[in-house]
Design a binder for this molecule. Structure first.
Ligand SMILES: Cc1cc2nc3c(=O)[nH]c(=O)nc-3n(C[C@H](O)[C@H](O)[C@H](O)COP(=O)(O)O)c2cc1C
Length: 320
């Protein structure tokens, strides 16, 4: 398969990438092995800091420079990394693009932008989007509640949130939550996005460092196989349905101490040891694929879907 044509949007222009497809930041997963594969394939790989292990993150950024000369970004998950030196840390690494998430956009935006970085903030509501734009961000990652990971307990689906934000605010938007292929990417573009971010799809990619049991669970999952924990508490989160998460789903409050031992699940493959964060889109993922294949197929299907939709253009002179 020849490489699909590049696509130019405000997002690709800001990020300097061939395709407006971003790999989601994910603690311990969004590291050099996965992120470099995404950047090499023409998308944007992102290195996480949410594990809080900054020396390891520094090493991953160093590895990135060996593995790819293409652009990549870093995520600052504010809830997990409270160390005020995080901005200096990110700036020192020479990274050009940062997404900030899980916190107040006023906290780091000015400092990051002052250092010349491009900043996108992750938002789950219109009010949060307005606040981020007021804080001076360059763009938004608009994340619907069907996505995997930590969530606003008052979750709003991508189908509602994305057109709402895009109709009210004129900044470049990357859509997240529920996107795994060209069809869902085209839908996000129809709703106003100029780029997409994939989380669960990337957890299940061949280059993802997680245990094969987790990838197999994503492939086997139906669209109903996620649970939302802490619906009436914090932190809200969406994860794969397992015996453990099904039991916790009934609890009014699930504390971090009940999350279990993540490493035994992530890399040991014990799916009951902790919570496997993931989105409803796992019901649409039925194969582990290399990142390059995911990106090439997504772009080919995106173009195909867009030309298919062109069939519905109103004929000239019909008042359409
Ligand atoms: C395993 C996992 C870990 C995640 N960790 C983070 C994180 O550290 N920071 C963050 O901003 N989002 C995090 N997220 C959310 C993703 O960045 C992404 O926006 C979301 O997965 C998109 O929805 P999708 O899973 O339907 O693709 C995580 C998601 C998953 C599945």
């Amino acid at each position: 398969m020849t490489d699909p044509a590049p696509l130019s949007t405000r997002v690709t222009d800001l990020l300097g990438v061939r395709y407006p497809i971003v790999q989601a930041p994910m603690g311990w997963i969004a590291r050099a092995q996965l992120a470099s594969a995404v950047s090499e394939a023409g998308g944007l790989g992102i290195i996480e800091t949410s594990s809080g292990d900054l020396p390891a993150v520094r090493e991953e950024i160093r590895k990135m420079r060996d593995l790819t000369e293409r652009p990549f970004g870093v995520n600052i998950a504010q809830l997990f990394v409270r160390d005020p030196s995080i901005v200096d840390f990110v700036v020192e690494q020479g990274v050009r693009f940062v997404t900030t998430s899980a916190g107040d956009p006023n906290k780091y935006t000015a400092a990051l932008k002052g250092a010349g970085l491009t900043v996108f903030h992750v938002v789950p509501t219109l009010a949060a989007a307005r606040k981020a734009v007021d804080a001076g961000v360059d763009g938004l990652v608009v994340e619907g509640g069907e996505g995997g990971g930590f969530k606003n307990p008052r979750d709003v689906a991508t189908m509602v949130l994305l057109p709402l934000v895009c109709s009210q605010l004129d900044v470049p938007v990357i859509a997240a939550g529920g996107i795994c292929d060209g069809r869902s990417m085209a839908a996000a573009f129809a709703l106003g996005a100029e780029g997409v971010q994939m989380g669960t799809r990337m957890v299940s990619a061949a280059e993802s460092p997680v245990h094969d049991n987790w990838k197999a669970a994503i492939v086997a999952a139906a669209e109903t196989d996620t649970v939302f924990l802490n619906r009436f508490s914090r932190p809200g989160l969406r994860a794969l349905r397992t015996d453990r998460s099904t039991r916790l789903e009934q609890q009014e409050h699930v504390g971090m101490d009940e999350f279990g031992t993540a490493m035994d699940l992530y890399f040991g493959g014990d799916m009951e040891a902790s919570l496997a964060l993931g989105g409803q889109v796992m019901g649409r993922i039925d194969e582990v694929k290399p990142v390059a294949q995911v990106l090439a197929e997504t772009m080919a299907e995106f173009y195909e879907t867009a030309s298919h939709l062109a069939r519905f253009v109103a004929p000239v002179g019909t008042g359409g």
